[in-house]
Write a protein that binds this ligand. Structure first.
Ligand code: FMN
Length: 154
C-alpha cells in the first residue's frame, strides 16, 4: 500500500488542520495509508521522510511566509538531500494547501520552496479563514488526485 504524509502547521484557529483532515480523507479514499503530522506539536523526524510515496504540505500564511515548523522541515530536508546526499528525499509527487487572513502571499513561497521535494500535483488549495464546505471538498479532491499518482489503477 502506498504511504502518504500530510505535513502541516496549524496553531491559531485550526483552519489549516481542517484542510489537512479533508486532504487525508481524499488520500485514504484513493487507497493510501496516511500519516498526518502538525509541526505545532513537534519537529518532524526528517529521517522518516524517505518512507513516504507522496506528501501534502499545508501552512498558514505567517507574515507572507510559511510557518516556522515547515521552514525547519525544509532546512532539515536540504541537509539530508543536498548536504548529506541521502536517498529518498526527492522525486516525490506533492500537493500544497494554505490558509490565510486575507493576504495569501505564502502561495508563491510554497510553490517555490517545495519544488525541492518533487513534482507538484494539482493547484494549491486555499482558504481565507475557516474553510467552508466547498473548500473542504476541493481539499478532499486534491487528496484523491495526489493519491491516484501513487496508487496503481484499480
Ligand atoms: C503570526 C501570524 C502571522 C500572520 N500573518 C499573516 C499574513 O501575513 N497574511 C495573511 O493573510 N494572514 C496572516 N495571518 C493569519 C493566518 O494565516 C490565518 O489566521 C490562518 O488561517 C491561521 O491558520 P491556523 O488556524 O491553521 O493556525 C497570520 C497569523 C499569525 C498568527
Amino acid at each position: 500500500m502506498a504511504k502518504a504524509l500530510v505535513l502541516y502547521h496549524s496553531q491559531e484557529y485550526g483552519n489549516t488542520k481542517l484542510m489537512a483532515d479533508a486532504i487525508a480523507e481524499g488520500l485514504k479514499e484513493s487507497g493510501c495509508e496516511v500519516t498526518a503530522f502538525n509541526t505545532n506539536e513537534g519537529r518532524f523526524d526528517i529521517t522518516t521522510f524517505p518512507e513516504f510515496d507522496c506528501v501534502a504540505f499545508g501552512s498558514p500564511d505567517y507574515f507572507s511566509y510559511i510557518a516556522g515548523g515547515l521552514k525547519t522541515f525544509m532546512d532539515d530536508h536540504y541537509i539530508q538531500s543536498t548536504v548529506k546526499k541521502k536517498e529518498g528525499y526527492t522525486g516525490k509527487p506533492y500537493a500544497l494547501f494554505y490558509s490565510h487572513g486575507g493576504g495569501g502571499k505564502v502561495k508563491s513561497v510554497m510553490k517555490e520552496l517545495f519544488k525541492r521535494v518533487g513534482t507538484q500535483v494539482g493547484e494549491p488549495a486555499e482558504s481565507y479563514g475557516k474553510p467552508n464546505q466547498q473548500t473542504l471538498e476541493k481539499c478532499t479532491e486534491l487528496g484523491r488526485q495526489l493519491g491516484r499518482t501513487v496508487m496503481p489503477k484499480r
